[in-house]
Ligand binder design. Structure first.
Ligand SMILES: Cc1cc2nc3c(=O)[nH]c(=O)nc-3n(C[C@H](O)[C@H](O)[C@H](O)COP(=O)(O)O)c2cc1C
Length: 341
């Protein structure tokens, strides 16, 4: 979306009663895609966003991330994409194939530069008005975590403790700079049977990762499926063979629950307020994360609080919102079509 459209959309969501908005993919290094905390324009954008959402009593969280794609190696596929000889899915596959070698060969000085940048970016985020940061546990943290991508032989590869080191150093870098800042961690989980996700943390390695991340200064976890499979696995439509049901990723919260007393945020298919309320009551999650349901109806929280659940325009999990996003034409919900107006 353009900056103005994004400001309008997120302000509308804040006005709908949402407690906190997580702004996706805020880059930790100066030279990356998307609004940058390091440029005057990007910083002003985040400042304006913070003012606008705070006016509605909504908190703002920056999802700090570092991409695990070596973009330099991808330009050669651009002509094929433009002429149609390479499909988007094929490009995605090529990006995935390049991730392992990139992570495995990343020089130690570069690793240090990136992990330190998490602290610098967090400081800037707070200066811009963000209330909390989330470390994106997928992307580079996720590919370092995964034995499928990370084949390093130094202290960043091999054992789960070593594969957790990159993420732990990213969190520690923020904690050193901002001792009191809440740090959420997007814990992306890889399921082996049946296999879903390729980055992130394997289910059986969760005890190691969760305790190391908590020790490093994480104050809450956001629990979901890991990346580098299909986009429709992490954002599943309702007919998805494995994750089509309401609360599709809550089973991962159940695995993390015995490992920590920190708050857990569940996400994925929380379309029904009654269902979400029941999961909160049962203690499966402490917060409900919603993405597509707030695109379908930004008033979801207010209507729920007012007992007007029947008035909510329900997310159909049809994933029409992804078509616009993938074509770089903005995120548009099916309800924005004129036949629904
Ligand atoms: C349009 C769109 C953009 C998204 N962007 C991000 C992102 O930048 N970072 C992220 O961690 N997740 C992103 N997600 C995934 C959501 O955070 C969420 O995990 C997923 O959509 C499942 O939740 P839902 O059923 O409430 O939509 C995005 C989802 C959608 C639909």
């Amino acid at each position: 979306m353009s900056g103005d459209q994004l400001l309008e959309r997120l302000t509308r969501i804040a006005a709908g009663g949402c407690a906190m908005i997580i702004v996706g993919d805020v880059p930790v290094l100066p030279h990356s895609f998307g609004p940058s905390l390091y440029t005057k324009k990007g910083f002003s954008f985040y400042q304006e966003l913070a003012q606008k959402v705070h006016a509605h009593g909504c908190k703002l969280c920056a999802q700090l991330h570092q991409s695990d794609t070596r973009f330099g190696g991808m330009w050669k596929y651009l002509p094929g994409l433009v002429t149609g000889t390479i499909t988007r899915d094929q490009l995605r596959q090529k990006v995935n194939d390049a991730t392992g070698p990139y992570i495995t060969s990343l020089p130690r000085e570069k690793v240090e530069e990136i992990t330190l940048a998490f602290g610098q970016a967090a400081r800037l985020a707070v200066q811009a008005g963000f209330d909390i940061v989330q470390v994106h546990g997928d992307r580079m943290c996720g590919s370092f975590s995964s034995s499928l991508f990370n084949h390093r032989t130094d202290e960043y590869g091999g054992s789960p403790e070593n594969r957790a080191r990159f993420a732990v150093e990213a969190v520690s870098s923020i904690r050193r700079v901002l001792p009191d800042l809440p740090i959420d961690y997007k814990l992306a989980i890889r399921q082996e049977n049946p296999g879903y996700g390729r980055a992130g943390v394997l289910e059986e390695e969760l005890p190691v990762f969760v305790s190391l991340l908590e020790e490093a200064g994480v104050t809450s976890f956001h629990i979901t499926l890991a990346n580098h499979g299909k986009l429709t696995d992490t954002i599943p439509p309702r007919d998805h063979p494995e994750f089509g049901a309401e609360g599709c990723f809550l089973k991962f919260c159940d695995q993390v629950r015995p490992l920590t007393r920190l708050p857990l945020c569940g996400v994925g298919g929380l379309t029904s307020p009654d269902f979400a309320e029941e999961q909160l009551k049962q203690g499966r999650m402490d917060c409900a994360g919603l993405s597509r349901p707030l695109l379908a109806d930004s008033q979801w929280p207010k209507k729920t609080a007012a007992g007007q659940v029947g008035e909510i325009r329900p997310c159909l999990r049809c994933n029409q919102c992804l078509s616009g996003m993938m074509a770089h034409q903005g995120v548009h919900c099916i309800y924005e079509r004129k036949e629904f107006k």
